[in-house]
Design a protein around this ligand. Sequence first.
Ligand code: MN
Length: 169
Amino acid sequence: MTARPVFTVQRHHASTLHFDLRLEVDGVLVSWAVPKGPSLDPAVKRLAVKVGDHDLDHATYEGRHAGGRGPGTKIVWDTGTLTNLTRRDGAEVPLADAVATGHLKVALHGHRLTGAFALTRTAWGGDGSSWILVKIDDEGADPTRDVTAELTSVLSGRTNTDLETVEPD
Ligand code: MN
């Protein structure tokens, strides 16, 4: 497989609103639920709760779901490709290893998210599911832009509200 790995961020309005950040790693989407969503301000740390992997085809999923984990709507809030920037002693660390050891750095090539982001596991909560998402200070950083106030899908232009009236899957 020579294609660049993909990332997606879905705005998921379920019992609570959150943003699902998913990174392609070895053929699956390794995923975090980010309650407040990503920030473009390098001074802002956002909690990212590690959740289960998803299949690659979920990267472009939008719709309304009725059952399973409860009702909700999901749009593709951002998507694109990613570059692994994780290094240790000057050598690239494969993303799967970086996830396992609890620290990774990726450049995102999206519509709203560009440049480098770091994800680091913390001891919060004690079960290893709590990570911190932070923007690295580069050309993609913009402390003045409240990017989570942007509500449309980058694929369809629809909002979560628009999907509340479509047939559930
Ligand atoms: Mn979710």
